[in-house]
Ligand binder design. Structure first.
Ligand code: PEP
Ligand code: MG
Length: 749
């Protein structure tokens, strides 16, 4: 016996195991479990509360409290001592429960005579399943050993619940399967329905106990050694080149894998008689609940590391193979790296993340692959099981987990309508975007991966108006080299089959951070060291990319665009590097094109007022509306609180852009618009109305924008805008929409 009078977790677990081996339904089992715990912990009371729905806990079994309270006494999460344990996901003990602040007296239980109280959460992988409590009449404090024993038992109960051993019988179903709705943030437009496929699968431990502690310790040791080797190998490459903050992060991760305290705690759990998986999950559960409460971002990151390591360890222990991806999989994850997402590719129909913003790397990749996506669906990983039906609406930012039939039908209808529209647009594929009064607009796609190129032909666009070269850099673990890049650019041009491709040079910084490149800490990264500024300050990077582009193109025509030109001098300097690279390659005997077109992106308001010389020298200009809008209105494009506040349909923005079209026309400079607004029919109508004749957008938008352009007379749009933009109009976007619909414009989506 331990000093405090318990038999220790090992004996208790042995008894629990016997209980589980006996036949019986869920309720009987729970009752017996409560009895065994009370007996072993020398407690007068042992109660098991289980979760009902999102906010409730219900007394489901007790030894010691009045039997009539079972399935009657309910507690909200946060209410009373039991509710507080569930809310904080932390053990709680007191020698004098009735006088504890927050204690709630429930007359049906008869618990007022019990002074000492010790409760622990029953949780699995961060999800609270219930609360386990022991009580005694004598006032005494429970020691750590007892809390620990109770926690191990709670862990086992959680595993049993997970593997269905406590279900069946009266009222013990854990009701985890209820419908849930998440109002989160739309990351990529589009709707999808299917079944949950968890990025990190949850492993069900069907046999949580072990008799053979030695064997479990050996299993744990082997898995731990394997994990350390895996982490060391994973980091060796990255660490060799890493510096500063990134290096610190990697080192911290490695340190965790070698942490002795972690191993000691795992060993202790196993010694109490559970299998290694349960021991790991216990540590992981604690890390997750701490993570949810941690305000300090550094601490959160470290807890993430711990969680990630625990996942790797679990995979090693269970030897799980990669799970097969079901046909209509919707990937559900806490977070996911861009490379991992690319590995899934088109095998998933939708993506739901708990974390990450609309500008995250995963979002950039999902957008490029046109996978509907919702971010910020809090706690969905804990709630979802593989195979659960799920629907997501990437426009509204809503996720429906296990939706009821009516909802499922509504979402299916939405998807069917989108398919029908797609078929309608498909019929327009080979027709020009010519308005009813004979004005033609060039439609181009935005792309960033070689695999995007087939969409050029599927959509019926004329070429690639914006090829974001940074995606190739973002999805890699280290800086790509010149030869690899040249091959990629060559393949892009091959795939474009002679259609024009506008390569934008590396646009990193701000929200696009290369993990392998050292960056200064900046208070305002969107206004900081980014895009062409990085290239100009690090000419070797810029020249490396320019040479790769020139080599990739060979003798073929090449179009290059420099992003984020705020001062025309930056353009001249970048163009000089291009000339230098061209001459250098030529001097080395490479075949280089003589047909090179060089343009600039107008993404900062200043460039509209560049000198006439600039407008004479630049071959073309492309307005990067996403960045331009954020600078015009001083509203961060990645900040959910402000990013929808100002639209491209703001009269001030349109008047400004009209001035840009006029200056470009005066100097005969080709002008296009390649921000997201170009792909939205109403915005595209305004842009063409003020004079843009070239728009670049995501491939899915080509059809809707073309249909819209073919339904209007652009002369009428111009006439309307000339007046409307000269007079104050309340709620201009709505007034414009009403006018457009009246004029017969197809601006539906
Ligand atoms: C833009 O800013 O509008 C643009 C097209 O570039 P990105 O979205 O890649 O910053
Ligand atoms: Mg931009």
């Amino acid at each position: 016996m331990s000093p405090s009078g318990t038999l220790g977790p090992r004996a208790l677990l042995r008894r629990l195991r016997q209980v589980m081996a006996e036949p019986g339904e869920g309720q009987e089992r729970l009752d017996r479990i409560a009895n065994v715990i009370a007996e072993n912990m020398v407690a007068e009371v042992c109660s098991i509360y289980l979760r009902r729905g999102e906010r409730m806990l219900e007394l489901c079994a007790t030894k010691g409290l009045r039997p009539e309270a079972v399935h009657t006494t309910r507690m909200r999460i946060g209410q009373g001592l039991v509710g507080r344990i569930a809310e904080r996901a932390e053990p709680f003990t007191t020698a004098d429960a009735p006088n504890e602040p927050g204690f709630e007296y429930r007359p049906e239980t008869g618990e007022e005579i019990y002074s000492s109280f010790c409760g622990v959460p029953i949780q699995r992988l961060g999800q609270i399943i219930g609360v386990l409590v022991v009580q005694n009449a004598a006032a005494r404090q429970h020691d750590e050993e007892e809390i620990d024993a109770l926690s191990v038992v709670a862990m086992v109960i959680a595993e049993m619940a997970e593997s269905g051993q406590l279900t069946g019988g009266e009222g013990v179903d854990l009701a985890r399967g209820s419908a849930q709705t998440y109002s989160a943030i739309g990351g990529v437009e589009g709707a999808a329905i299917g079944v949950v496929h968890l990025h990190e699968p949850k492993l069900a431990v069907t046999q949580p106990f072990t008799d053979d502690v030695e064997k479990e310790l050996v299993r744990l040791d082997i898995a731990m050694n394997g994990l350390r080797d895996e982490v060391d190998a994973l980091l060796t490459d990255d660490l060799s080149g890493a510096t500063g903050e990134y290096r610190d992060v990697l080192e911290a991760y490695r340190m965790f894998a070698h942490d002795k305290g972690w191993l000691r705690r795992l060993n202790e759990s196993v010694q109490s008689g559970v299998v290694a998986e349960v021991a790991v999950e216990r540590v992981q559960s604690e890390a997750r609940s701490r993570m949810e409460r941690a305000a300090n971002p550094y601490l959160r990151d470290r807890l993430h590391d711990l969680d990630d390591l625990a996942n790797r360890l679990l995979k090693r222990l269970s030897g799980t193979e990669e799970q097969e991806i079901p046909e209509n999989a919707i990937l559900v994850a806490r977070h996911i790296g861009p490379g991992e997402l690319l590995d899934y590719g088109k095998s998933i129909g939708g993506l739901v993340l708990e974390e990450g913003g609309v500008g995250s790397h995963a979002a950039i990749v999902a957008r490029a692959m046109e996978i509907p996506m919702v971010v910020g669906a809090e706690r969905i990983v804990a709630h979802a099981q593989n195979g659960d039906p799920i629907a997501l609406d990437g426009d509204a930012g809503t996720v429906f987990l296990r939706p009821d039939e009516a909802l499922f039908d509504a979402m299916s209808e939405k998807i069917a309508a989108a398919e029908a529209a797609r078929a309608r647009y498909q019929a327009l594929r080979d027709l020009p975007a010519t308005s009813k009064d004979g004005q033609t607009t060039g439609l181009f796609i935005n792309a960033g991966l070689v695999s995007d190129l087939p969409q050029l032909f599927e959509s019926g666009a004329q070429g690639v108006g914006l090829y974001r070269t940074e995606l190739q850099f973002l999805i890699r673990a280290s800086m790509p080299n010149r030869t690899d890049l040249a091959a990629v650019y060559g393949r892009v041009l091959d795939a474009a089959k002679g259609a024009p491709v506008v390569f934008r040079t590396l646009d990193i910084g701000s929200d696009k951070v290369l993990p392998y490149m050292r960056r200064p800490q900046e208070d305002n990264p969107a206004l900081g060291w980014r895009a062409v500024r990085v290239g100009l300050d690090r000419p070797h990077i810029m020249k490396m990319q320019l040479q790769a582009l020139l080599r990739g193109a060979g003798a073929r025509p090449l179009t290059i665009m420099f992003p984020f030109i705020a001062d025309e001098a930056e353009f001249y300097q970048a163009r000089d590097y291009l000339t230098e690279s061209h001459n250098w390659l030529q001097s080395r005997g490479y075949t280089v094109s003589d047909d090179i077109t060089v343009g600039a992106m107008l993404e900062t308001p200043s460039l509209a007022d560049a000198s006439d010389r600039f407008f004479q020298e630049v071959d073309f200009l492309s307005v990067g509306g996403n960045d331009l809008l954020q600078f015009m209105f001083a509203a961060d494009r990645g900040n959910e609180r402000v990013r929808r506040r100002y639209s491209a349909l703001h009269p001030a923005f349109l008047r400004y852009l009209r001035r840009v079209t006029e200056r470009a026309a005066d100097h005969d400079v080709r002008l296009s618009f390649c921000g997201e607004a170009a792909g939205r029919p109403l915005e595209a109508l305004a842009l063409t109305g003020i004079g843009f004749r070239s728009l670049s957008m995501r491939p899915v938008s080509i059809g809707p924008v073309k249909a819209m352009l073919r339904s209007v007379k652009l002369g009428e749009v111009k006439a309307y805008l000339d007046i409307a933009l000269a007079t104050p109009v309340a709620n201009f976007p709505e007034a414009f929409r009403a006018w457009a619909i009246e004029a017969g414009a197809d601006v539906t989506p």
